[in-house]
Write a protein that binds this ligand. Sequence first.
Ligand SMILES: [Zn+2]
Length: 432
Amino acid sequence: MTAKPQQHSAPLLIQNAQVVDPASCRNEVADLFIADGLLLPVPSTLPQGTRRMNAKGLVVTPGLLDLHVHFRDPGATTAETLVTGSRAAAAGGFTHVVTMPNTNPPCDRPKWVQRQLDPALAAHVLPAACVTSGRHGRAVADLEALAAAGAMAFTDDGAMVADPSLMLDALRRAKKLDRVVMDHAVLPELAGTGVIRDCTAANRYHLPVFPPEAEIAAVEQDIRLCRETGARMHIQHVSCAASVTAIRAARRAGLPVSGEATPHHIAIAAEDIDADNGNLRMNPPLGSREDLRALREALLDGTLTTFATDHAPHTPDSKAHGFVHAPSGVIGLETAAAVSYSLMVGVEGMPLIDWVARWTTGPAAILGLPPPALTTGQPANLALFDIHRPWRIQPEHFQSLSRNCPFAGWTLHGHAMLTICAGRVTWAHGSL
Ligand SMILES: [Zn+2]
């Protein structure tokens, strides 16, 4: 792909928005001025051609950053592509996404990293590359060459790097490269063929049960390797209460361990699974009510410093034949802000600025990036959300190529109304 020059939108004055910016501890009604792709001081005389937007009642945040998306490109581009996935990201208020390397072929060579770095996309793609060559779990990939090509993180997501000696080598090399290793912490020999946690649906339909120990033992193993190396270790899609407890203890001991919670794991429990619904199947599976409670507590107290969607598109046909026959994964980019806002701020009383931090400064720190901020001179990466008007989730209107959304029909607050990425309007809802 050839890089196209950035097209900045006309200068824009956003008036009367509630500016929520964790990096500068700012939460106040103010105006923002955008020109030449940057946030600039509001000039006393507006340049010719400046558009004005009255954002009264809307919340403006730095563009959200999602640490965990699958864009299926290359390999399964009937489910999603870099272009459609980036559009879905923009429609959810995201300006930055970390793409998982479990494509076909997997992203284990510099050329597969480089092809994702396209400034014409509707979001900044920050590629994660494989930890092991081919994601086979047999030999560590050329992490040095992958980082030089632009890989922002390493993971074999979809599978754990279960061999401790391989993970140890990867962590030592990633530390030298100042990159984080992210792990799909599920020990395959303990998980077996399990697809669902022990629950009513599992019993009723005789489904193979996923034991929580498969995740908990994996998290404990990863924490041990983190302690041994001092390298940054990030646990993907945490789903069990005991995993949260282990991460909390490790962080209190000063280890550079972090973890993410997905909107679906904090919204739906295993007991809610309806066997007709393929959109409730994901890996790791939905947890118990106690797990859901523990994840919310961990987001509130900062044990988990980030949300992440694990946006995993699958074609409608593949998800249409019930829970048992469905592939694992749900889409999440276009509902993540509303689900997480409605549950964490609306139900749990999380301070608004903390909710924004879990989607911006939290994930940026895990990648080792400077904190996204709405301060003068910064690139104009921002999003506006309507937290007052209810929004009904209708996947048929999504930008994603796929429709496997577990929240269809839910009514929530926190719909993204406008997204600006590097000064370009990448999403505008309706007449905005
Ligand atoms: Zn995973």
